[in-house]
Design a protein around this ligand. Structure first.
Ligand code: EPZ
Length: 419
């Protein structure tokens, strides 16, 4: 079992490049199922979740090959359009093959993903969407079994904003007969990146990035080439790594406009942050103030940066109130941060953080989910002594060489086999 050992006390400095977005790459790769032939992708991050996606696509008769951060996927009809449990349980985003398979082959058998550490994470909105577009759905033995001669466009109104639900609806609607209007659609940059690739394949879509997206169904799509958008969550994580050490770090090859909510919060807390075309820099700070954060759908503060920002607030002067507005159990990192010496009082959806610079001291901690692991690494950068973050397979799901990137900024960090 691999762990990461990080010894705190060093100010980070320098520039670091951001990789392609995990949460854009996953739906884009699944969207390849909509068109036979050879798809080409660049800026694809090398992550465990991408490998899981390739395994699932292979089970669906697709052949993928990688060359660094480029990937080629050759798509052909599967003998059975099925996403089996042993693959889906490894990555809940596998539900994103439901829409493409149903739209392309008129049938799909996709395992229900089951829960995960941060909450129950149902897929009811995905299923209801397919029913809305004319599919017959049965849930049997833990599988979603969907059938539709041809999907028919309709009006879809999501009663809560869902990134994956919007993505599944978009992919299914591209080949449906007639027009689909998605209301209360997710506006995340990863949804916009998916739409860019669907349009490259010939889909007719208007309104990406707004809460109303209109799709004119077409009969067929063609494979194309796409470069994955930069990962705004990795960029935010690296910015906070610079901030928590009181260092000055430039995060390059990112889209500053995608991180306005974090930039605003860092400035509110007293950091000097500036951005140019494709990079964001946080300047050295001797101290910073606590500030409140509530996570909500884009463009509000992202839930995927909540744990990392909480680590920063443990070192602030004063109190911060952190409200998790998306998932029902996304404070798993709190008790681990408390083990490092943080003063945090978690309630149901709110955590009160009483900041105290220098209060953290290294210990052995347990990663529970992807972003919680990042939060513990960031806390280790600020803690006195060495912190051992265990079960970092969680981290490898969503960060490409994070420890190498941090070491490149001057961190004392390495991957170790903790036996
Ligand atoms: C995506 O998950 C991201 N994952 C998550 O990132 C991210 O935290 C989340 O969006 C919110 O931004 C990928 O893109 C692969 P949702 P998704 O559907 O699509 C509820 C990370 O760390 N809901 O927007 O699963 C759900 O339980 C991961 O990279 C239903 O009730 O999130 C949640 O409370 C973690 N029924 C809320 O909606 C449904 O059918 C938002 O979930 C679907 C969702």
């Amino acid at each position: 079992m691999e762990s990461i050992a990080v010894t705190g006390g060093r100010k980070l400095s320098g520039s670091v490049d951001v990789s392609g977005s995990k949460n854009a790459a996953l739906p884009v790769l699944f969207s390849a199922l909509l068109a036979d032939g050879e798809h080409h992708f660049d800026n694809v991050p090398q992550l465990r979740d991408i490998v899981s996606t390739e395994q699932l696509l292979a089970a669906l008769n697709c052949e993928s090959s990688r060359n660094g951060n480029s990937m080629r996927i050759r798509v052909a009809p599967p003998s059975t359009p099925e996403a089996p449990y042993d693959l889906v349980r490894k990555m809940r985003a596998s539900i994103l093959c439901l829409g493409p398979l149903l739209a392309r082959y008129g049938q799909a058998r996709v395992s229900l993903p089951g829960g995960c550490a941060i909450g129950s994470r149902p897929v009811d909105l995905h299923v209801e969407t397919m029913q809305r577009l004319g599919a017959e759905i049965e849930i049997e033995a833990g599988y979603v079994i969907a059938k539709a001669k041809r999907l028919v466009g309709d009006r879809i109104l999501f009663d809560k904003v869902t990134v994956g639900g919007t993505e599944n609806a978009l992919m299914a609607a591209t080949l449906a007969r007639g027009t689909t209007v998605i209301e209360n659609a997710a506006k995340e940059p990863e949804v916009v990146d998916l739409v860019h690739y669907l349009q490259t394949m010939g889909a007719k879509i208007e309104g990406a990035g707004s809460s109303v997206i209109t799709i004119e169904g077409v009969d067929e799509l063609q494979p194309g080439r796409h470069s994955i958008v930069a990962d705004r969550i990795e960029a935010g994580t690296l910015l906070i790594a610079g901030a928590i050490t009181g260092g000055s770090v430039r995060v390059a090859r990112c889209e500053p406009a995608h991180l306005q909510s974090l930039i605003d919060k860092l400035r509110e807390s007293g950091f000097d942050v500036h951005a140019d075309q494709d990079s964001i820099t946080v300047e050295e700070a001797q101290s910073w103030k606590g500030t409140d954060v509530t996570t909500a759908p884009y463009p509000a503060f992202p839930t995927d940066l909540q744990a990392q920002f909480m680590a920063l607030m443990t070192q602030a002067e004063g109190t911060s109130v952190i409200t998790e507005g998306i998932f029902e159990n996304r404070f798993m990192h709190v008790q681990e941060l408390v083990r490092l010496g943080a003063n945090i009082t978690p309630m149901a959806q709110v955590a009160i953080v009483r900041g105290n610079r220098g209060a953290l001291s290294g210990a052995s901690v347990m990663a529970t989910d992807l972003r919680a692991s990042a939060s513990l690494v960031l806390a280790g950068l600020a803690a006195e002594g060495t912190t051992m973050v265990n079960r970092i397979y969680h981290l490898d799901r969503g960060y490409e060489n994070l420890e190498r990137k941090l070491a490149g900024l001057g961190a004392d960090i390495k991957r170790v086999n903790a036996g």
